[in-house]
Design a protein around this ligand. Sequence first.
Ligand SMILES: Cc1ncc(COP(=O)(O)O)c(C=O)c1O
Length: 508
Amino acid sequence: MGDEGESSPWKSTTGKASQKKTYQPAGFEPRRKTGLEEVNPRVREIQPPKGDMLLRRAEEIRAELQQGVKKPYKEVIDISQDDFHSAGMKPFSFVRQVIAACLHPELLHSGKLPADVCQRAQRLLKECDGDSVGSYSDSCGIPHVQRTVAEFITRRDGGLPSFPKDIFISSGSQRALMVVLRLLAQGEGMSQTGVLTPVPTCYTFPMVLTEVGAVMVPYQLCEEQGWALQVDELRRVLQASRGHCDPRVLYVINPGNPTGHVQSRKSIEDVIRLAAEERLFLLANEVYQDTVHGEGVEFVSYKRVLFEMGPQYSDTVQLASFNSISNGIGEGGLRAGYVELLNIDPAVALFAEMLLCTDICAPVTGQIALAIMADPPWPGDPSYGQYAEEVQASQETLIRNVRRVEEVLSALPGVSCQPAMGGVNVFPRLYLPAGAVEQAKEAGVEADQLYCKRLLEEVGLCVGPGCESGQREGIHHMRLHVKVPAEVMEEALGRLRTFHLRFMSEFS
Ligand SMILES: Cc1ncc(COP(=O)(O)O)c(C=O)c1O
């Protein structure tokens, strides 16, 4: 498990590194390969996600199964990542039909597509240079898409206006997050930008912080209170971090990933008050806003709360709020998202635009998907019925799976699970036997890594080890992605139950 290779600290997440043959003319002295010591030191500091080895092993097991190696299962089930389609969820037809027509406009005249699909595709194609999705767009996005997103935000926030100039389209929320962090990261030592970061968190975030040169200032979410954010904890880490770095940025994920917690309006107000008092730049990752499933629980945006708190806050607190198609409509591979920047100096916003410009632009097909997410079919449109049905079915599957996971896990010894209210993950705690913890220590891994590795090897189920998302020392978790077809969830839960009982009795 521990072997990371010699020259490369870690391989690609999917393990699909290409192996190109290079042509060398006779007599040509190849330049010595760039040594690791010549790589940007910040990049060298990036720690690979702790679940990466599991993903590589899952790929290997898949290959072994294909070669006919006998295992107690026929295929690997991977519920370690927020990837709706790889787990078997189906795309929404309207999204794919419009994109298909944009990619291949001959389809517009085939008579095979509903009228509103054709109208939408024609409208979107008109917004693309040369009427083609193959052309570049402005680096902040197609202006029509910026306008559509601004209208969507305005509707979402009960009429509170959003302006296209504040909307920056990117190739996913994580890219936009990186751009904003690049703008904010500066200094060295005590003056280095510190970013208050929830723990547990999305495992890519610490990598981004290292890459941009900011310091992670972790704040613990309270598991006993359903993973709630506690302002006292924010104050505590803020004080403790002063003298080590300059804590200027507060990052929140609401609804939470992987915790599934959804902040109340009061909790958001408390965070905004703290941001105002301490002059913190607020980064609100709101990519799970459409996946709230707790009974009576509602998503309220940071922007809406900020503006409803009055000008003392709405004129001063700097807020970047992120969203994307990855969770909104499950089209993560098409890569598009946006950030809305509020109370930002226009000169600073210009730098955000310049940084986005280094990508040239977000994929245009992704931007089209984003425009559809922001402006789906409406009642009366020919595609409305099917679209509404598909969205509802997908939401019902999510709700059903969350309840089933909680039901099955709460009946297992050595597991506890805080009820999730939103998002697409469940993050149960594992009370692992001392013998397992000891064995993991000897192997130089975390105990939940050992558990997840054996879960994969023995029953072919891949889940995320809690240590990858961050957790208190000596405490263990696993991360289960639950937006998968119901039958996949059932199969996964059956395998998990069988393995867990065996594992616990082995060490008891
Ligand atoms: C916390 C968090 N934010 C954002 C994303 C999605 O990133 P992107 O919008 O770049 O696809 C994920 C992954 O699903 C995530 O876990």
